[in-house]
Design a protein around this ligand. Structure first.
Ligand SMILES: Cc1ncc(COP(=O)(O)O)c(C=O)c1O
Length: 402
């Protein structure tokens, strides 16, 4: 006996990638650029902060709402980052710590998807391509996923306003990723305001996945908290997810937060008391120190920018290269993502991810998968190794005969 909804899930992209590359020997100096796991050295500050924590704190079950210190650090960070009016974000009512944003993004569907909405099966809106957790969350909670194109034609962002009103009326939630994984596009403040208005009009929850918010090229991306402040009506129908994984290059720390609608935060806390992964108290203390420091984040951005400079020099306008406004992925149009992935592994020793594994075909024709022509390349290694790998990739892709 098992939950047959599982049958609706596709294999996770990294399993599909392992199957695709099985039996292929990598060419020279293998480098994994398929996974968005930052390899920059974590800040010294982390070791210092962990060193200051009390041994006795490991002897405590962590409280679901975390510590006041952690929530205060997050609220102060968000206030400054988004210029929020004093008192707009209340660290007691609007913030919940989570052990990284991934599990919380998944659990959000348990929180927000009702058995029925307006007497019909609920939907969950998501961009296509998308972070795969969104799809798993929708399917495992009995909602119908609605894939909204996020292609070059839409500036790589979903147009939720263009979704059929009947689908909007039964929408329980909409995932929005800004900066977007995999395309690196950033939603403007106006777009965020529009989506929030839509969420309030059709009474669904906007799930704003902002975990790449601090990895940007020139201008800091707007956020949904900021859009709420600009609109009025508080934080109704909005939940924002963020974490230190990318900002501070500590994906292993599992430190993040959810912020937004006080009513939903209270319900989320109730749900998480039953089965949410919580952050240990010493981790909360160290994570609070990281939220309070911006110097290491600026260093981090500087390194990503230098790698983007290299990528721009190496690729020029080839393979649809563009400089992403946020995040650390290249989204390259290589014609056939799977064929290019195999060739890059075999000849250049570079492991990338076929874009089709991050998207869904919208008709029976596999070419209707908006990611299938692309590969995603994570610029997570040091500058030299990244530049060397990109140079090998350029060479290999230039001789691509698919
Ligand atoms: C779009 C997106 N959202 C959320 C996450 C989850 O990150 P974390 O759980 O480390 O916060 C990731 C991780 O790669 C991601 O790419």
């Amino acid at each position: 006996m098992y939950n047959t909804r599982l049958d609706g899930l596709t294999e996770y992209p990294f399993q599909r990638l392992a199957a695709l590359l099985a039996g292929i020997e990598p060419g020279t100096a293998p480098l994994v650029m398929s996974i968005g796991e930052p390899q920059h050295t974590p800040p010294d500050l982390l070791a210092k902060a962990l060193g200051r924590t009390a041994l006795a704190d490991w002897g405590k079950y962590p409280p679901t709402p975390g510590t006041p210190d952690y929530r205060t650090a997050v609220a102060a960070w968000a206030d400054t980052r988004y210029g929020l009016p004093a008192g707009f974000l209340d660290s007691e009512r609007h913030i919940l710590p989570v052990a990284g944003s991934r599990e919380a993004l998944f659990m959000a569907a348990q929180l927000c998807v009702p058995p029925q909405k307006n007497g019909r099966a609920p939907t969950v809106l998501m961009p296509n391509p998308f972070y795969q957790v969104y799809f798993g969350a929708a399917v495992m909670n009995g909602a119908e996923p609605i894939f909204v194109p996020a292609t070059k034609a839409t500036d790589f962002l979903p147009d939720y306003g263009g979704v059929a009103p009947s689908d909007l009326d039964r929408a329980a939630m909409a995932y929005l990723c800004t900066p977007a994984n995999p395309q690196g596009t950033v939603a403007s403040l106006d777009l965020l305001k529009d989506v929030i208005r839509l969420a309030r009009k059709h009474d669904f929850v906007l799930i704003s996945d902002e975990c790449y918010s601090e990895i940007y090229d020139t201008a800091p991306p707007a956020g949904a908290l900021q859009a709420c402040a600009a609109l009025g009506e508080g934080l109704k129908n909005v939940l924002v997810f963020n974490s230190l994984s990318k900002r501070s290059s500590v994906p292993g720390l599992r430190a993040g937060f959810v912020a937004g609608d006080a009513d939903l935060i209270a319900k989320f806390q109730k749900l998480r008391a039953h089965g949410g992964a919580v952050q240990p108290v010493p981790v909360l203390a160290a994570a609070a120190a990281l939220w309070r420091n911006e110097d290491h984040v600026e260093d981090n951005r500087r390194l990503y920018r230098a790698k983007l400079d290299d990528a721009a020099r190496i690729f020029g306008k080839d393979f649809g290269f563009y400089r992403p406004a946020g995040g650390f992925f290249l989204w390259l149009d290589v014609g056939d993502g799977e064929a290019a992935t195999k060739k890059l592994w075999r000849e250049a020793g570079v492991k990338v991810l076929p874009g089709g594994y991050l998207a869904r075909a919208v008709t029976n024709d596999p070419r209707s998968n908006p990611g299938s022509a692309y590969i995603r390349v994570a610029l997570v290694h040091d500058r030299q190794r990244t530049a060397d790998a990109l140079t090998r990739m350029k060479h290999t892709l230039s001789s691509l005969s698919l």
